[in-house]
Design a protein around this ligand. Structure first.
Ligand code: 5GP
Length: 222
């Protein structure tokens, strides 16, 4: 008999509060120049975070760029084999992505770190890599874009720009569970809240928001 997945309903206010609490630490330790929102779950958190950065950093308005990666939902043209096994780029940073990222502190924003397939940068083993296609993930892809852009610069400028280009990750929720890979040590990682291995129901997925909020209140009572 399969075990029922436990659901936890998260409200807009929960997310707002978690981001408000997380932002000062991120501003102090990383101080991003740009937010890279992973769609669709990272869009709302990135927009809310911009509000708190503006407040924390004396009116600095961060640009928000969007990237789209699809993991569970099939997109047109995806084979059955690809679905669930691969992260697929559905949207990226325009014709010269490296130009957007180069020399900046780029904060990748997503709603949840579950298996870490989406954020992952390095495969753990070859057998895992066969399933996970490491060239398909956010951090690896963004770093590749930076390397392409760096080819336009001679040394030693190239190396200086490479050093200057940094990445960090913010997720609203980090599920405390085994991850498919570690993020590189030089990539700071921030989570609004750590949760168990439950299924999080986000408010932007709800059709009836009043019912969603009622379910969230019931979750907290149970
Ligand atoms: P990953 O396994 O790569 O860490 O998570 C990939 C994506 O799966 C997330 O960005 C999110 O869209 C979806 N996902 C994973 N866990 C949950 C969850 O608990 N709730 C919802 N709504 N989506 C999730």
């Amino acid at each position: 008999m399969s075990e029922q997945v436990q659901h936890w309903h998260v409200t807009y206010n929960d997310i707002h509060d978690l981001i408000r609490k997380a932002t000062p630490e991120i501003a102090a330790k990383f101080n991003p120049d740009i937010l890279i929102a992973i769609g669709g779950g990272g869009f709302f958190p990135a927009r809310v975070m911009r509000t708190f950065f503006r407040e924390t950093t004396n009116n600095k308005t961060l640009q928000i760029q969007a990237i789209g990666l699809s993991l569970y939902e099939p997109v047109e043209g995806t084979t059955a084999e690809q679905i669930g096994n691969e992260v697929i780029r559905t949207q990226w940073l325009g014709p010269d992505p490296g130009k957007i990222l180069l020399g900046k502190k780029n904060l990748i924003v997503d709603e949840v770190d579950d298996t870490r397939k989406t954020l992952q940068s390095v495969p753990l083993s070859l057998s895992l890599a066969r399933h996970l296609r490491p060239d398909s993930y956010a951090l690896t892809e963004l770093k590749k874009d930076v390397e392409v852009e760096l080819l336009n610069y001679p040394e030693p400028e190239r190396n200086a720009l490479r050093t200057k280009t940094q990445f960090a990750v913010f997720v609203v929720h980090n599920k405390l569970k085994p991850k498919l890979a570690e993020l590189p040590q030089e990539v700071p990682y921030f989570a609004g809240e750590e949760v168990g291995d439950v299924w999080l129901d986000y408010p932007w997925e709800a059709v009836d928001i009043q019912r969603h909020d009622a379910l969230a209140a019931a979750d907290r009572k149970s």
